[in-house]
Design a protein around this ligand. Structure first.
Ligand SMILES: [Ca+2]
Ligand SMILES: [Ca+2]
Length: 256
């Protein structure tokens, strides 16, 4: 029964053409249904999605911090599912599931990203939150870069003395997750010997809707006083790169 229920819910979403991120749980909760146990109704899609993942994943979901959303990621009208779980410090997984003809979901991507939150379209400043006339493009066209619908996912990674927020820009192609770029947004790193280094970085996409999109990236590193956390000197170093879209990813422009 739960399998049928979620398949119907997702098929319903596709029919309605709702392509914004909508949790299945809230959808189920808003549909009056003759059930005697409402808690079971709300929880079943979550259990179902987790079961699909755990049947197929290399690293299954092992914690309670599991979340998922339905979102239209590719060119078909069916909703795809993104999911994540966060384990111990800096450990987590990010999953993408694609709907199959029988209504079940196949795990098509699994990344060892510890994702604080889903904000797939964070990089795209052209998108408004409502469906007003400000959105002159259809949702399917938003966030498109060189013909691909590009998404951003943050990985909070690190290890002993290292804490890094890393951005991944990716898209789906032929049922696979393809990474177009990744880089550091922020981080601190303790170096043996007592040094503390701070990193701050970012990126901007320009010409996203043209044939030749470019990615401007920059990164500043600065040594901090390990006791006060304040910059030790004015010796901040900044590197910048301008990357061009080449073979489905942002790469350094070759010098001619
Ligand atoms: Ca789709
Ligand atoms: Ca699909």
């Amino acid at each position: 029964m739960p399998k049928k229920k979620i398949a119907l819910a997702v098929a319903g979403l596709a029919l309605l053409g709702i392509s914004q991120i909508i949790p299945i749980t809230s959808l189920s909760a808003s549909v009056p249904a003759p059930v005697t146990n409402p808690a079971a109704l709300v929880d079943s899609p979550r259990q179902e999605v987790m079961a699909w993942i755990n049947e197929q994943a290399k690293d299954p979901v092992t914690t309670d911090s599991f979340q998922f959303q339905t979102v239209n990621l590719d060119d078909d009208d069916n909703m795809e599912i993104i999911a994540k779980h966060n384990g111990a410090v800096h450990i987590g997984s990010f999953y993408v599931l694609d709907r199959q003809a029988d209504g079940s979901y196949k795990l098509i991507a699994e990344e060892s990203w510890n994702v604080p939150r889903f904000q797939l379209d964070r990089w795209d400043p052209t998108r408004y939150e409502d469906n007003s006339e400000w959105n002159s493009q259809s949702v399917q066209e938003l966030g498109r870069v060189a013909g691909k619908r590009l998404f951003e996912t943050i990985n909070r990674t690190g290890g002993s003395g290292v804490d890094i927020l890393e951005a991944h820009l990716w898209y789906l192609q032929d049922g696979k997750l393809v990474e177009a770029w990744s880089g550091t947004l922020q981080g601190t790193s303790s170096i043996p010997g007592g040094q503390l280094i701070q990193i701050a970085g970012s990126y901007q996409l320009v010409g996203a809707d043209t044939e030749h999109p470019q990615l401007y990236t920059w990164q500043t590193t600065q040594e901090l006083d390990p006791d006060t956390g304040l910059p030790l000197s004015k010796k901040a170093e900044t590197t910048t790169e301008i990357l061009s879209w080449n073979n489905g990813a942002f790469q350094k422009t070759s010098q001619k």
